[in-house]
Design a protein around this ligand. Structure first.
Ligand code: SF4
Length: 393
């Protein structure tokens, strides 16, 4: 299998997203954030291509303005305000970047370097061979002779130092670079993520063992892809997914109500009818509760266990909630081999434990999992289409 790191990230986010892009080869329409990010990358590449005669800040900003996105094919802004806000954000990023990074001190070795990593877990088995591909934004030679790999990020949040220290993408870049330039020693290699919106660079390093571990993790992920049934995994990240209009989780939201499409209009009416009835049910339930508490108070005041109307009656019963001393219960049930029966695997507790243990152990438990039966159920959520779209903005 030949796969890029971004595809692996897609799979981790949602197996169906991976399938749309890698297997079905459906081109994902890019979000504005992604198009803007690619443009900033392009401007910085142009800037560093001028090494060692770096342009001044004004020249850099002129290049940015002259090649601004409206000229690119197939991309349109929704309205002038939106365009203006992205345009200004780009200017802000580049000005801040220029001031923070003295370009004359930079010695660029390569830009947008393509690399391949062979994840060869079994060299004798041809189909056990997987090739991972990627592109490194920039490689610099630092004044002390060490090397720095820099990856630009245009996202809305800065990762923590801990996240950067364990970032598999950077490990992969290190492996890829060492494959290309085998004389580079791991200890002389720095790996950085540059968060452009915040003008903040976070630097890290790896050991040989770290690289080996990342490689193993990636191989495991590739094996998961091979066995996957590519089920959709809806999450908050769906808001940035370009496949929403064909994804079974969301595509109904995008269906057009045409006159010919009678069934479609029917189902939408039924859904609205459902929520109207639900609202009525909630009101009725509240009224019933009020009546119940009135009857309860009456029973209590009169010392009655039952009260009767023409169409039915109410009984007032007292229940006790009990708890057990686990040790004592265990001592009784264990000799009878009955303890295991009630112990079982409590999936609620297991899910809680799964959140607390490391990924490797989670993977082991996942391997021990067996799907015995699948239940399908409908759940209703009264969030409107407008509210969903507002969340994605
Ligand atoms: S919209 Fe969400 S669930 Fe559907 S493919 Fe994209 S990420 Fe997966």
């Amino acid at each position: 299998m030949r796969i890029s790191y971004s595809s692996l990230e897609n799979f981790k986010q949602c197996p169906l997203k991976y399938k749309f892009s890698q297997i079905d080869k459906i081109k994902e329409p890019k979000s504005k954030e992604a198009v803007f990010g690619t443009y900033i990358h392009k401007v910085l590449k142009w800037f560093y291509q001028k090494d060692p005669c770096f342009p001044t800040l004004d020249v850099l900003l002129d290049y940015y303005k002259d090649h601004w996105l409206k000229k690119s094919e197939g991309f349109e802004w929704e309205n002038p305000d939106e365009e203006n806000s992205y345009f200004k954000e780009g200017l802000r990023i580049l000005e801040g970047y220029y001031k923070e990074n003295m370009p004359q001190k930079t010695s660029v070795l390569d830009l947008e370097t393509k690399f391949e990593v062979t994840l060869d877990e079994n060299p004798e088995k041809q189909d056990g061979k997987h090739i991972l591909t990627g592109v490194i934004d920039r490689i610099d030679k630092l004044p002390d002779g060490t090397i720095e790999i820099i990856d630009y990020k245009t996202g809305k949040r800065v990762a923590s130092q801990k996240d950067v220290d364990s970032n598999d993408q950077l490990s992969l870049y290190a492996i890829g670079l060492k494959n290309r330039w085998p004389r580079i020693k791991t200890e002389n290699l720095f790996l950085s993520l540059y968060f452009l919106k915040f003008n903040e660079k976070i630097k890290t390093q790896r050991t040989e063992q770290d690289l080996e571990k990342s490689k193993e993790k990636i191989i495991k992920l590739v094996h998961q892809i091979e066995k996957s049934s590519f089920e959709p995994r809806p999450s908050a990240l769906c808001g940035w997914c370009g496949y929403r209009n064909i994804c079974p989780v969301w595509k109904h939201l995008y269906k057009k109500e045409t006159e010919n499409n009678i069934n479609e209009i029917d189902i939408k009416n039924k859904i609205d009818e459902y929520f109207e009835l639900k609202e009525k049910k909630e009101k009725l339930e509240e009224e019933l509760k009020n009546l119940e508490s009135l009857i309860d108070v009456y029973c209590q005041q009169k010392g009655l266990k039952r009260v009767f109307g023409e169409n039915g009656y109410f009984s007032r019963t007292t229940y006790s909630k009990v708890s057990y001393n686990i040790k004592k219960v265990k001592a009784v049930l264990e000799p009878l081999n009955k303890w295991e029966e009630i112990l079982g695997i409590d999936s609620k507790k297991l899910n809680k434990v799964l959140k607390e243990i490391p990924q490797e152990l989670r993977d082991k438990i996942k391997e021990a999992e067996k799907v015995e039966k699948e239940y399908k159920y409908l759940s209703a959520n009264n969030k409107s289409k407008k509210e969903i779209e507002e969340e994605w903005e």
